[in-house]
Design a protein around this ligand. Structure first.
Ligand SMILES: [Zn+2]
Length: 466
């Protein structure tokens, strides 16, 4: 189930004199700051980085992350916890009151026997009649404890456990009866003790993965063809720029992706999912499509300002705040045009940052407030790699950003999220979110962008527990 990933190393795209001369005029401001001397320095640095990054330490850090996430069981709609979840269970463990802890072998056996048992158990009639009335999800619920059991019947039997959920997991609640919340699991009604279900979103306990980068400020980072999924990109002659924080450096790199802003796309498309499967929700690209426009143009604000101008202004404000706070920043775009499609942007973020935040405004005209694009709760999508191994972290990042924005008094749309199958999410192997900071009717004044920047910074602090 876990896709084998390549060893962790970071070859840099070298900006050669030839490459620079080939760049379009839109990059002239950048190019003037890169002298021949600068270029040779970057080459040298890149070689050093390649040596460092292919070290055993680097391989181990990624291997550790993969193994901690590889406890997913095939066919489960929710992946199992990472090892750090398990590690932090002791202090907050709520499982003792509701179930005995079983090892994964027993879990699997229990799961298998549940499938057989469900069809033969007295609850079959109940199940069938429930199916007739087609139980539907009424609202989201959030798991408040770790190792909370999902059961085939609403009681504490030891042989009715289907799977475990963890703090912050999102469930779709159908109904609540006698202290048990009904959900739909693998197409069947299943039950969770309601004491461990909250209506309020919760932050998860697991630590985000952490990669350390040590480039100098101004280092240009382009797409390396050796990176996983790089071959799915069709526009990738541009580069992102790395900025290093000063004295109070946290050694955490935030990728700031100013949405849109790629010229000459000319109808070129990329696969929605790395495995070629179709999109599970409709958005800019319709449900069922296997390919999406490589980078869309974006919307226009009611005053005629293109979204790409505002996302760029927002990115620059956020960059300054992040650097001040001690975060390193990987800027995907710093001018009106960068020749990097959504796949290239995502793959660069995957390999050179600790989280990826794409800045957008929605196309509606209601000033409805900010929200993040959450991972669709569609089984096939959440079981697809790399989504399966990472969607919990994407969700936690989204929830953190909304918390930070809310703290700063930013208007939040509905529950703060909307399910969307995005190219970004489909290719992300670091915590990654598309945040919609408002819509075409929202203010994009400097003071508003400043307020949004403060909220985003606060959310990033929450996510990294700073
Ligand atoms: Zn957008």
């Amino acid at each position: 189930m876990i896709r084998k990933m390549k060893p962790y190393y970071i070859p840099l795209f070298i900006i050669s004199a030839v490459a620079i001369s080939n760049l379009c005029s839109c990059h002239s401001r950048d190019i003037s700051s890169v002298s021949t001397e600068d270029t040779s320095y970057i080459v040298q640095e890149a070689m050093e980085n390649t040596e460092t990054d292919s070290s055993i330490d680097g391989e181990l850090s990624l291997a550790g992350q993969i193994s901690s996430l590889s406890s997913n069981k095939d066919g489960m709609p929710y992946s199992s916890s990472s090892s750090s979840d398990t590690g932090t269970d002791t202090s907050n463990n709520t499982s003792s009151t509701i179930a005995v802890t079983v090892n994964s072998m027993e879990d699997t056996a229990a799961y298998n026997s549940d499938i057989e048992k469900t069809s033969a158990s007295p609850s079959t009639e109940e199940t069938a009649s429930t199916e007739e009335t087609a139980p539907t999800v009424q609202h989201d619920g959030y798991i408040t404890g770790n190792d909370v059991k999902v059961r085939s019947t609403p009681d504490f039997e030891s042989d009715n456990i289907l799977t475990s959920l963890y703090k912050g997991d999102v469930i779709g609640c159908v109904s609540e009866t006698d202290g048990w919340t009904m959900i739909i699991y693998n197409g069947q009604p299943a039950y969770i003790y309601s004491k461990y279900v909250s209506d309020e979103p919760l932050l998860k306990e697991s630590e985000p993965p952490h990669y350390e980068h040590d480039y100098d400020s101004g280092t240009k980072v382009g797409l390396s063809s050796s990176w996983i999924y790089a071959e799915n990109s069709v526009i990738n002659s541009g580069y992102a720029t790395y900025y290093r924080a000063g004295e109070n450096r946290k050694k955490i790199t935030v990728c700031v992706n100013a949405g849109h802003g790629t010229s000459g796309v000319d109808g070129r498309k990329t696969l929605c999912h790395p495995d070629g499967t179709p999109k599970v929700t409709g958005g800019t690209t319709s449900e069922g499509a296997t390919k999406a426009i490589a980078v869309s143009y974006g919307m226009e604000f009611d005053d005629g300002t293109p979204e790409s101008k505002v996302t760029l202004a927002m990115a620059k404000i956020l960059k300054a705040k992040l650097l001040d706070a001690g975060y390193d920043v990987l800027m995907i775009r710093e001018t009106d045009d960068v020749q990097l499609d959504n796949v290239a942007r995502t793959v660069i973020a995957n390999n050179c940052s600790d989280c990826h935040i794409a800045l957008h405004w929605d196309s509606t005209s209601k000033d409805k407030g900010a929200f993040y694009m959450s991972v669709p709760s569609v089984r096939s999508y959440r079981n697809m790699e790399p989504v399966a191994s990472h969607f919990k972290e994407h969700e936690r990042l989204g929830e953190s950003l909304i918390s930070g924005l809310k703290d700063e008094g930013v208007k939040i749309f509905s529950g703060g999220s909307m399910e969307m199958d995005l190219t970004q999410t489909s290719y992300s192997t670091v915590p990654s979110i598309d945040i919609e900071l408002g819509d075409s009717a929202s203010s994009h004044s400097e003071s508003t962008l400043n307020q949004l920047g403060d909220g985003l910074l606060k959310g990033i602090d929450i996510f990294f527990r700073q």
